[in-house]
Design a binder for this molecule. Structure first.
Ligand SMILES: NC(=O)c1ccc[n+]([C@@H]2O[C@H](COP(=O)([O-])OP(=O)(O)OC[C@H]3O[C@@H](n4cnc5c(N)ncnc54)[C@H](OP(=O)(O)O)[C@@H]3O)[C@@H](O)[C@H]2O)c1
Length: 253
């Protein structure tokens, strides 16, 4: 199947590593061009090089919590690549801990980045996208069922999934799709850090894998291919949904 990605241009936030980077790889592998961003300049440069350099990828060092970031990304795509066709909004996951144990400062800081940063990016990208454009928010299965010990995620993801649904309704008449993707467990830096924080990281990873129906933690590329498909013209009638990519782990439909 031709996904129709050739020469299309996508913005990806939180994409120097992890699920964002894996999605950038899948998009570029099918002929798209990408503008990736995250906070660490060296990591952004390394990721751009790994994606094949400036013919295929451009990098912007920016924090999703900064109100000017979304406009800057749109500007770079339009100025340097001459078009914009879609966006993946990802960001580092919020700190672990139960909802009740998080301080007001932790809630406020996570809200500014994970929640408001994503909402602001989605509405800015949507206003810049032409008919046929698509936006995917990287959330978590916590949008539908709680994850033990990830209270900030449990608090914010359901609201973001509904924001994506709300925007899907608003922008559909213009032919712009908005959806969310719910990763289960993938062996990215984020998960390595979560496992490393446990007493026995190897045992923790094995236990996590055994609780997944497919009995393994996902490879980031398995997420990237699904996200790239959902952003592509091949998924032109898919909008307003939350798509789980989780090896069957989520205990909800
Ligand atoms: N991996 C999983 O199994 C899993 C499962 C469920 C949900 N998720 C969610 O999926 C998202 C991506 O996870 P991941 O595993 O890809 O994480 P990751 O491996 O930690 O990568 C996060 C990426 O986002 C960037 N980033 C972090 N904070 C940022 C900010 N404020 N502004 C801009 N960029 C930022 C990081 O680069 P810099 O640090 O240089 O900015 C990095 O490129 C997270 O929200 C996570 O909670 C992941």
């Amino acid at each position: 199947m031709d996904l129709g990605l050739a020469d299309r241009v996508f913005l990806l936030t939180g994409a120097s590593r992890g699920l964002g980077f894996a999605t950038a790889q899948a998009l570029v592998a099918d002929g798209a061009r990408v503008v990736i961003s995250s906070r660490d300049a060296d990591r952004v440069d390394d990721a751009v090089a790994e994606l094949g350099g400036p013919e295929h990828a451009l990098g912007v060092t920016a924090d999703l919590a900064d109100p000017s970031t979304p406009r800057e990304l749109v500007h770079v795509a339009q100025e340097r690549f001459g078009r914009l066709d879609g966006a993946l909004i990802s960001v580092g996951g919020p700190a672990p801990g139960t909802a009740a144990s998080m301080s007001d400062d932790q809630w406020t800081s996570a809200f500014e980045t994970v929640f408001l940063g994503s909402v602001r990016a989605a509405r800015t990208f949507a206003s810049a996208l032409p008919e046929g454009g698509a936006i995917a928010m990287v959330l978590s299965t916590s949008a539908k069922t709680p994850l033990t010990g990830l209270g900030l995620s449990n608090g914010f993801r359901p609201g973001l999934a509904m924001v994506a649904k709300d925007m899907a309704d608003e922008f559909a008449p213009r032919g712009v799709r908005v959806l969310s993707v719910l990763p289960g467990r993938f062996m990215t830096d984020r998960n390595k850090e979560l496992f490393a924080a446990s007493d026995d990281p190897v045992e923790a990873a094995e236990r996590a894998a055994s609780a997944i129906p497919l009995r393994r933690i996902g490879e980031p590329s398995e997420f990237g291919r699904v996200a790239a498909f959902l952003l592509s013209p091949a998924a032109s009638y898919v909008t307003g949904v939350a798509v789980a990519v989780d090896g069957g782990a989520m205990r909800a439909l």
